[in-house]
Design a protein around this ligand. Sequence first.
Ligand code: SF4
Length: 346
Amino acid sequence: MKKEYIIPIFVPHIGCPNNCTFCNQKRISGQTKMVTAKDVEETIEYYLKNFRDNHKYVEVAFFGGSFTAIEKEKQEELLEATQKYIKEKLVNSIRISTRPDCIDKEILKRMKKYHVKTIELGVQSTNNYILSKCKRGHTGEDVKKASKLIRKYGFVLGHQMMVGLPESTKQDEINTAKELIKLKPKIVRIYPVLVIKDTELADEYEKGEYTPLTVGQAVERCKEIVDLFNRNKINVIRIGLQNTEEISDPSTEKSSVVAGPYHPAFRQLVESSMWYDSIVNKIKKVNAKVKKVKIIANDVNINNIIGHKKENIEKLKDVYDVEVVIERNDEIKPGKFELEILESYE
Ligand code: SF4
């Protein structure tokens, strides 16, 4: 299988007609100037030069603002700049992200013409009350319509959803995930809400009107949603915002994060916590008071089984008084594990 490489191009907030209360795209991308065709070409050239692998699949991804909300001429300018690389097969596909109310047949025909393969929709929630609280400017109905149209036109559909939006409960987020599953996305990104500087949400936070989730709460909420997507074979490609100079620990000088469940290894926290639950469940099914176990698993899962800073191993000892030994075995399918009881109490 070819290794996938992404060439990210950030389209800043100028491209978006909206002002969601939690968003300040200028800060998230660290960029305020609109990109040009020249920027696109330079970025592609730069990345292509640095990819060493000859057997690769390269995708140009327009991240950031709402791609199809920017003026038509600008969309065409940016997409046109990618076409020679597509023709020369140096780039294999294009991905864009946009808002659910910025999709219609004409837009999709334009995306097809320029070989866009994947369209990711910023959904955030399917609950209209929660959407209006954070001034998203679209409804859950828009999400359904756009998703169906995107799939009908043969694009790969992606969804992005948030946990911890103002007044959103755990159940609201589970409901959103279930609604999305019905719309059959291929890929999903899950973002716990961070309070970013110079946003309405930051004002609400300062006034005590919004309380962000703690890291622990965000992990718990994401875990259930990830499990739902996993069970429906939907690929969760990201959990938590990507770490950058701006999206970093709130105590660092350049960070734009004011508060919220920031963690540099957030995805690992979620996945490790899911492994912890599976291991505990399996231990509980053993008909004896277990003292020491061996967990045998594929190498790709070992870090998550051990947990961030060995958290799972220590928790099993502290909470259940169980000592754990790990064995790598690549014959075990990734995602699965075997449990061997080495010692139990009389
Ligand atoms: S639609 Fe997206 S880019 Fe625009 S303000 Fe909202 S979150 Fe930011």
